[in-house]
Design a protein around this ligand. Structure first.
Ligand code: GUN
Length: 292
């Protein structure tokens, strides 16, 4: 039976350090500020934005939550982003993804001040990730995955990591992060996706499997080598008439069967999710520090 990687407990450890740093900044008269923009009424996005705002408040950060209607135009949205770029009380800006279809996400991301881009989606920050330049921002979920591995003392250097999924938010930046030439990198990374041939064979050769494809319980026991470490980034809502909400959350990994074979595994919920928010808070403090 696999060891459970407790994301909530590891996130708490991160918050101990963050609280100390926040106190130091406040002693200098500086309060880190984060603005989160939500367009439309996607229920999952609303829930994420609520958690981010709540965590800011718990830590004593300045939090601005902008909830805009689905009808918001690209021009209006760009106007709001530019206002926040100029606002000296705001150190980090996040536009919740995915926006409604008529909004060009790439254009919004390019409009962000890269020094406030705590999601690490701006081309300047993507370039810094590729160039191993630590001054840039790295997307929060990949950072959270890396931290889960290092806190669990899983050796990343030299390991074969198979990442399932090539998204801008998780798969691609995670692959770049884990192959960086530094103490928490040096992995051999393979990225597989919906068009990959021999998917199962490739995943079976992994020391570390990271599932980020957004398909409920896609990774089965026979995909995973005995003793592999399994990180599940998926958060899928599946219908469940037995639950009060009408749905339950499951990951991209069939937890019950895979946990019998893996040496360590993250649960859903309570694995990667809490770490993503902790890394967003950490990136906001980094943005604040760099602005001084
Ligand atoms: N949607 C899902 N994950 C994320 C994230 O890390 N940042 C943003 N902006 N949107 C998301």
């Amino acid at each position: 039976m696999a060891r459970l990687i407790d994301g909530r407990a590891i996130a708490e450890k991160v918050y101990v350090d963050l609280r100390r740093e926040i106190a130091e900044l406040k002693a200098k008269g500086v309060t880190p500020g984060l603005a989160v923009i939500l367009i439309g009424d996607n229920p999952a996005s609303r829930a994420y934005v609520r958690s981010k705002d709540k965590m800011c408040r718990e830590l004593g950060l300045h939090s601005v939550k902008l909830e805009l209607p689905t009808s918001t135009t690209r021009t209006e949205l760009l106007g709001r982003v530019k206002e926040l770029n100029r606002d000296s009380g705001i150190h980090g800006i996040l536009v919740q993804s995915p926006p409604p279809e008529h909004i060009d996400e790439a254009a919004i991301v390019r409009a962000l001040d890269p020094h406030k881009d705590v999601d690490g989606f701006h081309p300047e920050n993507v370039a810094k990730l590729v160039l191993d330049d630590p001054s840039g921002f790295v997307p929060c979920t990949p950072l959270g995955v890396q931290r889960l591995l290092t806190e669990t003392k899983v050796e990343i250097g030299g390991a074969h990591v198979v990442v399932l999924g090539r998204s801008m938010i998780v798969g691609k930046p995670l692959a770049l992060l884990l192959m960086q030439k530094n103490q928490n990198g040096n992995a051999t990374v393979t990225v597989v996706h919906s068009r990959s041939r021999d998917l199962a064979k490739i995943i079976r050769s992994a020391d570390i499997v990271v599932a980020a494809i957004g398909r409920a319980e896609f990774v089965k026991a026979d995909h995973v080598r005995e003793g592999a470490v399994v990180i599940d980034v998926g958060i899928n809502r599946v219908e469940d008439s037995g639950s009060a909400r009408g749905y339950r959350l499951v990951g991209d990994v069939a937890f019950d069967e895979v946990s019998k074979k893996a040496s360590a595994i993250t649960p859903v919920p309570g694995g990667v999710g809490p770490m993503t928010i902790a890394m967003l808070m950490a990136n906001t403090l980094k943005a604040c520090r760099q602005s001084l």
